[in-house]
Write a protein that binds this ligand. Structure first.
Ligand code: ADP
Ligand code: MG
Length: 268
């Protein structure tokens, strides 16, 4: 399955207000973004600005109040294996081996018989062939996340949605996994939208970085990253971008710092 473009036009989403049953509170306000087929784009923004909500809308797990979401020319109407989703928590089935966890994406679609041969290929792709029969509790965090990636990729998604997939990993594992995800992306050129809190990760990995404002989330800036890959995290150009993005985030986060604090304490 080939990569597809992803287009959002003036997408808004509200939820019931936590303090008033009759009111609704806007989480996303008129979000318009386009990803070209094969592009890797990061989404960064303050906690509570609607990043996960946006990914859930693209995954088809929830619906916008208004606006349009398109994969290629097709409107998104519900969940579909053509959009792979990986969260911070790998969400593996603890009672299934690595192999069965990766197969589970196919089982759900009734394609296991036809595609069983690909399971080996995807275990190799993420470097887990020696762990085919291991159970999740024997895996490190990085390995578990590689299983989750393989489980999403085995469906040959047109778009891969990553919601802070490396957020729970230690710094070293995280950097290795960034290279791993980049390698998978370079091999397959799946259109990828990566939510991350980590500005270095966004700069290291992406073609463009989208910066969102504090809730209700809007698009603040879109920054193209034109550095050659593999990127050098300590180059002057990299550090310059880091400084620029941190400054933008500082202002994005400060727009309503009271909300920011309230959000963090109420959502945990
Ligand atoms: P982020 O991922 O950027 O931290 P979220 O998308 O999780 O932010 O949340 C954005 C806002 O929408 C927050 O204010 C959050 O409380 C609210 N929200 C998200 N999901 C729901 C829901 N199911 N019901 C009510 N409010 C929600
Ligand atoms: Mg989130």
């Amino acid at each position: 399955m080939v990569a597809s473009s992803l287009r959002l036009r003036e997408v808004s989403k509200s939820f019931p207000a936590p303090d008033d049953a009759l009111a609704r509170r806007l989480a996303l306000d008129q979000i318009s973004i386009s990803l070209n087929a094969g592009e890797l784009v990061s989404l960064v923004g303050p906690s509570g600005c609607g990043k996960s909500t946006l990914l859930r809308l693209i995954a088809g797990l929830d619906f916008p109040d208004s606006g349009e979401l398109l994969i290629g020319a097709e409107p998104i109407t519900g969940p579909n294996a053509e959009r792979g989703l990986v969260f911070q928590d790998p969400n593996l089935f603890p009672w299934l081996t690595v192999r069965r966890n990766i197969e589970s994406g196919l089982v759900a679609r009734g394609l296991l018989q036809e595609k069983r041969g690909e399971v080996e290929e995807f275990m190799r792709l993420v470097g887990l062939e020696a762990f085919a029969n291991a159970y999740p509790h024997h895996l490190s965090g990085g390995m578990a996340q590689r299983v989750a990636l393989a489980r999403a990729l085995i469906n040959h998604p047109k778009v891969l949605l990553l919601d802070e997939p490396l957020g729970a990993l230690d710094a070293f594992t995280r950097m290795r996994m960034q290279d791993e995800v980049l390698r998978l992306w370079q091999a397959r050129r799946t259109t990828t939208l990566l939510v991350t809190h980590d500005t270095d990760e966004a700069i290291y990995m992406s073609d463009r970085v989208i910066i969102m404002t504090q809730r209700p989330g809007t698009i603040d800036q879109i920054i193209p990253i034109t550095l050659d890959r593999p990127r050098d995290r300590s180059s002057a150009a990299f550090l310059q971008l880091r400084g620029d993005i941190l400054e933008l985030l500082h202002f994005a986060g400060n727009a309503s710092s009271d909300n920011f604090v309230a959000e963090r304490s109420s959502s945990s």
